[in-house]
Design a binder for this molecule. Sequence first.
Ligand SMILES: Nc1nc2c(c(=O)[nH]1)N[C@H]1C(S)=C(S)[C@@H](COP(=O)(O)O)O[C@H]1N2
Ligand SMILES: [Mo]
Length: 325
Amino acid sequence: MLIKRSPNGADIPFGSEITPQEVYESRRRFIAQMAVGAVAGSALWEMANRQAFAQVPAQRLAGKPNPAYAVPEKQTPFRDAASYNNFYEFGLDKSDPAEYAHTLKTRPWTVSIEGEVRKPMTIDIDSLVKLAPLEERVYRLRCVEGWSMVIPWVGYSLSQLIKKVEPTGNAKYVEFTTLADRTQMPGLGSRVLDWPYVEGLRMDEANHPLTLLTLGMYGQTLPNQNGAPVRVVVPWKYGFKSGKSIVKIRFVRDQPKTAWNESAPQEYGFYSNVNPDVDHPRWSQGTERRVGVDGFFNKKRKTLMFNGYPEVASMYAGMDLKKYF
Ligand SMILES: Nc1nc2c(c(=O)[nH]1)N[C@H]1C(S)=C(S)[C@@H](COP(=O)(O)O)O[C@H]1N2
Ligand SMILES: [Mo]
């Protein structure tokens, strides 16, 4: 997500041993050197933010590759996917989550599944991992800011979990709530959003096989900065619909009040399907840059309708997607 602010970051090679102070100093120098301009989401910004991160030890988490869900495009290197993040609970800079999310405690962790269901449950994360066979799915994920990644995620269709809790006929939407704990998340001091981070899907979207309950990436448990220990990934929608570090999944009758829609309704609709024909009020959504793959001089890629997942189109038949953006 993008708010009006100046770019910053440090051009420090990955893996080098640096202190936070050095990062800070170097970042200040970089800002001073950089020409003022709209570089948000650009290769320059990405480069500026690429730096060493405190990597919480990951555990192997393999999924059976599912060839039906594997885009045949060059993947974003792990290093980029785990160091260029949006996770505002840890700060607004792309580099903040990688720098600060090591304070997130992902064990013990439970997810409460409640609301309009016959079998509500509070499930421990280790049981959630075992609830259905893990798959590896290579998805595109596009941020509303105009960059995208191709990531091999590990998880299973959210629908597998949904059928276990037996939603009632009143369940029309699903609401996802992220952890909000000031002792673990330094970004909660900022008032950009009304915490906790809440996202939501219509029931058919939540049940669509593409919607992935995600527990890992690149054959490992999720790095904290990518939403450990569990997040959703909804690849045909802008990245902010894919809420991280989920503690509650609630089935409801009415369209959930989602964090970004509440904070800037004219910019971030509830649906937020990737749509090159509906511009963001402050920029075009027609093109994108692939993080870690496209360099400085690459031509921008054309953004595809539904992010290149046309199979979801039937869910929106008859809806004016300019109105329901
Ligand atoms: N809880 C929470 N989830 C979040 C966000 C956030 O700030 N907080 N940012 C969203 C945005 S804008 C994007 S683009 C994706 C980025 O996911 P990634 O860092 O794993 O690529 O996470 C989404 N999920
Ligand atoms: Mo995003």
